[in-house]
Write a protein that binds this ligand. Structure first.
Ligand code: IMP
Ligand code: MG
Length: 208
């Protein structure tokens, strides 16, 4: 499945705010660019789901900011639920996936929009999607804020993509390193020494 969105490649020349300069190497996507893109994604989703009620299922915790902005721009009836997943790996590879929160709403016959922060190796979505399919939704579409196609190991392509980004470890706007930096209003590239200091590399302790 090819992305339904007009993909935007990330890139900005905006300097890193002084407060974050020690940790963040560069601003990859500004607050403004995010806001504009999220609105246009919402318009696109609205068009595709005309006349239907959607069940938005978001993966915790990285989607919180994106999700809040996306759904407030969706002029559609919708219901919202969450799945909690965490991955613990070694090296740059994602490791075992642990489900930390299960769904509460009934998925059967529903139009599901599965929302995640970033599609990297694809291991997370390729584990979550079959778990959803068993519950017999009418259809599932996937929406990710960021796509890092260069690192993909699973054959999976999202339906809606905010931005396609290069192979760099990014934080902010919900994305974390070791549960930090989720509150940055922009998306930035983390300085490698930060994750090296904390042991190995970014993949070692990234949660979902
Ligand atoms: P995947 O299973 O490799 O596709 O990885 C998906 C999950 O890994 C995302 O939901 C994120 O939580 C995490 N992740 C992957 N790349 C990054 C990154 O650059 N920054 C922060 N988290 C990331
Ligand atoms: Mg994460």
């Amino acid at each position: 499945m090819s992305p339904k969105s007009n993909q935007k490649n990330a890139g900005s020349k905006v300097p890193v705010p002084a407060r974050w300069r020690r940790d963040v190497e560069k601003v990859l996507i500004t607050e403004r660019q995010i806001a504009r893109r999220v609105k246009s994604l919402a318009r696109q989703i609205e068009r595709d789901y005309q006349g239907r009620e959607i069940l938005v299922i978001a993966l915790l915790n990285g989607t919180v900011l994106f999700l809040a902005d996306l759904i407030r721009h969706l002029n559609l009836p919708l219901r919202l639920d969450f799945i909690g997943v965490s991955s613990y790996g070694s090296g740059v590879t994602s490791g075992d996936l642990v489900f930390t929160k299960e769904l509460r709403l009934d998925v059967r016959g529903r139009d599901v929009l599965l929302v995640d922060d970033i599609l990297d190796t694809g291991k997370t979505l390729s584990r979550v999607l079959p778990k959803m399919q068993i519950l017999k939704p009418r259809r599932i579409r996937t929406c990710v804020l960021l796509d890092k196609p260069s690192r993909r190991v699973e054959k999976i392509a999202p339906d809606y993509v905010g931005f396609t980004i290069p192979d760099a470890f990014v934080v902010g706007y919900g994305l974390d390193f070791s549960e930090r930096y989720r509150n940055l209003p922009f998306i930035g590239v983390l300085r490698p020494h930060i994750y090296k200091e904390l042991g190995g590399d970014a993949g070692l302790i990234h949660g979902a």
